[in-house]
Design a protein around this ligand. Structure first.
Ligand code: ATP
Ligand code: MG
Length: 419
C-alpha cells in the first residue's frame, strides 16, 4: 500500500467540527475592526525577502532563524510572510495610500509562517488578526488601537487576561538607555546565554525578552526604559495612561516588554492570558514611527497589533467559552421510490433558494435508513414523498421536535416551516 502523506510539521488542519469556532472569531474580528473604523487589506502570502530583512529587521530571530524562504524559477528570492506589518506598509507605499486622508486604518486576517519549535500556541503556519493605523502620532491613537484589541478579546469571552504596557522611548532617548543596558549586561556577560551574548552587541533590548532562566533573572534588575524617557516620550506615556484610566481600562506597566527593533518607538503592549501555558501572549503591539521611512516612504507614524488566533482559542477554552456548531438542517426530504427522486431534488433546490437549509437523500437509502439519517443530522422537519404524494401533490410534514404532522401542498412547503 502507498505510504500516507502527512501534513508538514507545525501546520494544522482545521476540521469541520472546529470551523464554527474559527468563523466565530473571524466574524467578530471583522465586526470589531470595522466598528472601530478599520478597513480590510489583503496582501500576498509571499514577498521579496528584502522587505522582511528591512521591515522586520536583519538581526531579529524572525529574519535570522524563522523565515521560510525560496528562490523561484526566475532566480528571485522570496519569503512566506512571517508577519503582517511589513507587507501592509509596503502595500500602503506602493499604492500611494500615504496621500489618503489620515489616519489610515487597516486590518488583516492572514496566515503567517515561521520555522519555530511547534508546541501549544506555537506553530509553523499560524493565523493572525492584526490592525495598523498610520498618520496619527498622538497617544489617543495608541488608546484607540489598544481598545480595539481589548474589545475583541472581551467580546470573544476571554477572561483572566491582563494588559501590559511599556514605553521604549524614541531615537532621542533610546541611545542613553541602550548604553546603560549594555553596561549592565556586560558586567554579567559570562552568565548570559549564548544568543544573548550576541544580542548584547546587535540588539541589547532583546535580552530583556529572553526566556532563559538566568537571562530573565538578570533582566529583573536591569535598567528600565521608563527611567530614561525624554520629556516628550514621558508625556506620551502619561497621556496614554490618563486615557486608559479615563475609560476604566486596567493595565500594568511592564518594563520587561520590549520590541527590540529600531523602528519601534514609545508605546509597546501585550495582552497576556492566564491558564494557557507558556505561550501566553495573545496579542502583541506597539508604535513604529520609524518603519515607514525605513521602507523608503514618508515619515508617517504608525501603530498596530497582531493577535494569534490559536492562542485566542486556547484562552477562550480556558475561559469556558462554548460556540454552537454548524446550523442543523431545517428540513429533510425523503423520496420513496425512483419516481419521487426528481421531485424531492427540485423541492430541496427551491427551498435552498429560499434560504432554507434543506437536505434530501442522495445515497439511495431505504426509508428507514433515511429517517435514521434525518434524526442524526438533527433535521427539524421531514417530508416523505412517495407515489401517492406525487399524484396528489400533497404530503405529511412531520415536525421532529413535537412529532406533530401537517398535511401540506408539496410545492408550498416553505410556507409551513417555522425555522
Ligand atoms: P512570541 O512571544 O510567541 O515569540 P512574537 O513576539 O514572536 O511572539 P509577534 O511577532 O508580536 O510575536 O506576533 C504577534 C502574535 O502572533 C503573538 O502575540 C502570538 O499571539 C502570535 N504568534 C506569533 N508567533 C506565533 C506562532 N509561531 N504560532 C502561533 N502564534 C504565534
Ligand atoms: Mg516569536
Amino acid at each position: 500500500m502507498a505510504q500516507k502523506i502527512q501534513k508538514p510539521r507545525g501546520t494544522m488542519d482545521i476540521l469541520p467540527e472546529q470551523s464554527p469556532l474559527w468563523q466565530f472569531i473571524e466574524n467578530k474580528a471583522h465586526n470589531v475592526a470595522k466598528r472601530y473604523g478599520f478597513s480590510e487589506i489583503r496582501t500576498p502570502t509571499f514577498e521579496d525577502i528584502s522587505l522582511f530583512k528591512r521591515g522586520v529587521g536583519d538581526v531579529t530571530d524572525v529574519v535570522q532563524k524563522e523565515m521560510y524562504t525560496f528562490t523561484d524559477r526566475n532566480g528571485d528570492t522570496f519569503a512566506l510572510r512571517p508577519e503582517g506589518t511589513a507587507s501592509v506598509v509596503r502595500a500602503v507605499l506602493e499604492n500611494g495610500k500615504t496621500s489618503d486622508t489620515m489616519p489610515l486604518k487597516l486590518y488583516y486576517l492572514i496566515n503567517c509562517f515561521r520555522y519555530e519549535k511547534p508546541q501549544a500556541g506555537r506553530s509553523r503556519e499560524f493565523f493572525q488578526f492584526g490592525i495598523e493605523m498610520f498618520g496619527a502620532a498622538d497617544p489617543s491613537a495608541d488608546f484607540t488601537v489598544i481598545t480595539t484589541a481589548n474589545s475583541l478579546i472581551s467580546e470573544l469571552g476571554i477572561k483572566n487576561v491582563s494588559l501590559h504596557i511599556n514605553s521604549i522611548g524614541c531615537p532621542e532617548c533610546r541611545p542613553k538607555y541602550r548604553a546603560a543596558l549594555v553596561d549592565y549586561f556586560s558586567a554579567h556577560k559570562e552568565e548570559l546565554c549564548e544568543t544573548c551574548r550576541t544580542r548584547l552587541e546587535t540588539n541589547p533590548l532583546r535580552v530583556l525578552d529572553c526566556k532563559s532562566p538566568i537571562c530573565s533573572a538578570l533582566a529583573k534588575d536591569a535598567p528600565k526604559t521608563i527611567d530614561y524617557l525624554c520629556d516628550d516620550c514621558k508625556t506620551h506615556m502619561d497621556d496614554l495612561k490618563l486615557y486608559l484610566d479615563g475609560a476604566g481600562i486596567k493595565y500594568e506597566i511592564d518594563t520587561k516588554i520590549v520590541r527590540g527593533l529600531d523602528y519601534y518607538t514609545r508605546t509597546v503592549f501585550e495582552f497576556i492570558a492566564d491558564g494557557i501555558g507558556a505561550q501566553s501572549t495573545i496579542c502583541g503591539g506597539g508604535r513604529y514611527d520609524g518603519l515607514m521611512s525605513q521602507l523608503g516612504g514618508p515619515a508617517l507614524p504608525g501603530i498596530g497589533f497582531a493577535m494569534g488566533i490559536t492562542r485566542l482559542i486556547l484562552a477562550m477554552e480556558a475561559s469556558g467559552v462554548v460556540i454552537d456548531g454548524d446550523e442543523k438542517p431545517v428540513i429533510y426530504i425523503a423520496p420513496l421510490g425512483k419516481n419521487a427522486v426528481s421531485k424531492a431534488l427540485s423541492v430541496t433546490e427551491s427551498l435552498r433558494k429560499e434560504n432554507i437549509k434543506a437536505e434530501c437523500d442522495i445515497m439511495s437509502r431505504s426509508l428507514k435508513a433515511q429517517m435514521k439519517y434525518a434524526d442524526k443530522i438533527g433535521a427539524k422537519y421531514t417530508l416523505i414523498i412517495g407515489d401517492s404524494e406525487l399524484e396528489t401533490g400533497r404530503a405529511q410534514l412531520k415536525c421532529m421536535v413535537d412529532s406533530t404532522q401537517t398535511e401540506v401542498e408539496i410545492d408550498s412547503v416553505a410556507k409551513y416551516i417555522v425555522s
